[in-house]
Every structure is written in C-alpha cells, then in structure tokens.
Design a protein around this ligand. Structure first.
Ligand SMILES: Nc1ncnc2c1ncn2[C@@H]1O[C@H](COP(=O)(O)OP(=O)(O)OP(=O)(O)O)[C@@H](O)[C@H]1O
Length: 323
C-alpha cells in the first residue's frame, strides 16, 4: 500500500490514496487519488452519477470508503471517534440539506453555534460576523420561510461555516439559483478563500467554477480523469477562435481565410457576413490577419479573438454519463 509522505501532505489539504466506494455491485468511486493544495478553490465537475456526491461524503466522513485512505492536512480521516479535532475543521454543505422553516434566521444560526459548543459572548459575536458576511444582518429576525432561495442558500452556507472550519465542501451550492443569487454566493466564496479557507465545490454550472476555481477535477464513472490547474486546462484544451463580421467582399474574405496559415478551419454563421474561425496563431498573428483583411478592401465591423470556455472544453472531452 502507498504510504503518505508526511512532508508532501503537509502542503495538501486533501490527499486520497486508492479511494474506492462500492454500492452492491456498482463501483461509484474507483481507486481515486485526489490532491488538493491548501488554500485552493477546487472545482469538481462531472455529469450526473459521476460520483461527486459520494466522493464528498467520504471526504467529510459521512460515508465509509470500501477501500483506500483519506488524509486531510496530513492527518488520516477515519469515521470513528479517533480524531474529533480534524472533523471540527471541516464544513460540509450537502446538496439537499433542509432548513428549519419555523425558525428565524438568528435562532437558526444560534442553534448550530450551540451544537458546535460556541459560548457567549463569542457565539453572539460570531453570529453577527457571519450575518454580515452573508448580507443577512437586516433579516436576522425574519422567519426562514420568508427568505428568497438565494438568501436561504447563503444561510445554509453560514450554518456550514459557523464553527470556522478551514476546509469547506460545497455540493452543487448554486444549482437552482438565479444569476444574481449565484453571483452573490460566489462573492462570499471569494471572501472565504481570501481568508485562507480551502474549498472544494462540485457543480454543473461550469461558468461558476471557471470564475471561482484555481484547479478543477473532472470525474467520469467514478474515475478522476483530469485534475489540474484551470490555467493548464485552458492552455492544453481551449482552442482560440475568432468571430468576425464583414460587410462586403465575402468571396475575397473566404479566399484570404483559406490562405491564412493560422486559420485551421472556418464556418459562415447563419447571420449574413458573420464568420467563426478556428485560430491556431498568437494574438499578434490575429492582428496581422485583421490588417491583411482590411488591406484587401474588406469592411470589417467586428473582429474578436476569444478562448473556448470551460463548458466547451468539458463537452469536447466527450464525457460519459453514468445514469
Ligand atoms: N446509497 C447508494 N446506494 C447505491 N448506489 C448509490 C448510492 N449513492 C450513490 N450511488 C450510485 O453511485 C453513483 C455515483 O452517484 P453520486 O450521487 O455520487 O454521483 P454525482 O456525481 O454526485 O451525481 P449528481 O450530479 O447527480 O449528484 C451513481 O450511479 C449512484 O446511483
């Protein structure tokens, strides 16, 4: 069995070795070695049934692994009572945790703060602190039923971090939220990261992960098929492309595109004069192309060099669905 290297693991918030979970005959997590460095926001992407929830449940000691080991900040995580201090350092927001609708915001947080053994005056101080963070201070006397979905989700997050964990697990935290609520949630995550927390988030909303994460892991059928920095993923897999709009001389334009060494292929988009070019040159090469087109007498009104987003990269990888 692979022995963890203590010196290496000290840098790692999460390290798993051969982590496996089998339900009856189905292997939900397959011999998975995950590494997440301290201070990272790590995004876990994968289609339904890929194993994200099962992995998070094992990393938070909710689910027993069938095989393998989990180390958090170098300490072995076990489901027994052997390391309560380690579990105190974790926060976990499951994707389906119910709120107690009959409580108001303050009483709800007070209830969880008591569960974690926070005593006054620190308890009161901490609740105020966290209400400021989630921007619900003015709603502290409101019943939970009267909150919007976005507010409820921020309150759930507050409950998850009331005991000041250093490692946070969020399972699909923004699913079902509207764009503004998602943005507000993202802002809080950024603040928590700046405060030094390590955060693992699973999501289908890939654009949210792209905005937040420093690294991503892609799961498929219980395997971690990719785990790398976002920057590396973009460099390896995101192809640059150019969109342009021309008003005239479309035949000359097409000939120029066919001759251009940096345009690997191009397509005319449905709207007249719009084109999308697969581009394999540098930004300087794109400026040269633009100059050439203008000098050929083509009236260009739009010319934008972009990179494929995380969503396209993910689709391009041709992931397999488990369910
Ligand atoms: N308690 C269980 N008993 C039996 N099978 C399970 C159990 N929990 C999960 N599974 C199976 O394990 C696989 C992984 O499920 P999991 O919920 O971890 O995936 P996921 O990536 O979180 O999916 P989703 O995005 O839909 O939440 C699925 O095929 C699921 O049916």
């Amino acid at each position: 069995m692979m022995q963890p290297e203590t010196t290496l693991n000290r840098e790692l918030a999460i390290a798993t070795h051969g982590l496996t979970k089998q339900f009856d005959r189905q292997i939900a997590i397959n011999d998975l070695d995950l590494r997440v460095e301290a201070g990272e926001v790590y995004g876990l992407i994968g289609p339904n049934g890929a194993g994200k929830t099962t992995l998070i449940r094992m990393l938070t000691a909710v689910e027993e692994p069938t095989a393998g080991e989990i180390y958090l900040f170098g300490d072995r995580l076990l489901r027994d009572d052997s390391n309560p201090k380690l579990k105190q350092r974790l926060g976990y927001l499951p994707d389906d945790y119910p709120l107690y609708d009959d409580l108001n915001v303050w009483d709800y947080l007070d209830y969880f703060a008591r569960l974690y053994g926070l005593k006054n005056p620190r308890r009161r101080e901490r609740i105020y602190e966290i209400l400021e963070l989630i921007q619900l201070a003015e709603k502290r006397h409101s019943p939970i039923t009267t909150l919007s979905r976005g507010m409820k989700q921020r309150l759930s997050l507050a409950r998850t971090i009331i005991h000041e964990p250093i490692l946070l697990f969020l399972d699909e935290p923004v699913s079902g939220l509207d764009p503004i609520a998602r943005m507000q949630f993202r802002e809080i995550i950024k603040i928590l990261q700046e405060a030094g927390m390590t955060i693992l988030i699973s999501s289908h909303v890939l654009s949210d992960l792209a905005e937040l994460c420093s690294s991503v892991g892609i799961m498929e059928l219980g395997f971690l098929i990719e785990s790398t920095s976002l920057q590396d993923l973009y460099q390896r897999l995101a192809s640059p492309y150019i969109t342009l709009k021309a008003l005239n001389n479309l035949d000359i334009l097409k000939a120029e595109l066919n001759n251009c060494p940096w345009v690997s292929s191009w397509e005319a988009l449905p709207e007249n004069g719009h084109f999308r070019l697969h581009f394999c040159g540098t930004p300087e090469n794109s400026a040269t192309l633009l100059r050439t087109l203008v000098q050929s007498g083509i009236a260009i009104t739009e010319f934008t060099l972009s990179q494929e987003d995380l969503e396209s990269i993910f689709l391009k990888m041709g992931h397999k669905q488990a369910s």
